[in-house]
Ligand binder design. Structure first.
Ligand SMILES: [Zn+2]
Ligand SMILES: [Zn+2]
Length: 93
């Protein structure tokens, strides 16, 4: 039996792979998942802490200093305001 190939990545589809049907073509389920922009903010969002205990912005990975004024805060996390605006721009694009 001919090896089945994913029409997105052209790699073989193994019996153990999760697959999806895309317009009659068999593809890996993982290949269907959209590529994520680097600054896209993903749930669940949490702030990691840096060595000083300051929260780290989940969007850009830089620390949020206590002195930083432009910070957006939700119930669960804090993010630089500029990062939030950038993420919104990308989501709308
Ligand atoms: Zn694939
Ligand atoms: Zn940031």
């Amino acid at each position: 039996m001919a090896e089945r190939q994913c029409s997105i990545c052209s790699l073989a589809i193994l019996p153990t792979d999760s697959t999806a049907d895309r317009g009659g073509e068999l593809v890996h389920l993982r290949c269907l998942e959209p590529r994520k922009p680097a600054t896209r903010i993903e749930p669940p969002l949490k702030n990691h802490r840096d060595v000083r205990g300051d929260p780290i912005c989940p969007a850009c990975g830089r620390g949020i200093d206590r002195g930083t004024s432009a910070v957006a805060r939700t119930a669960d996390y804090m993010v630089h305001l500029e990062c939030l605006l950038e993420a919104r721009r990308m989501l709308q694009a």
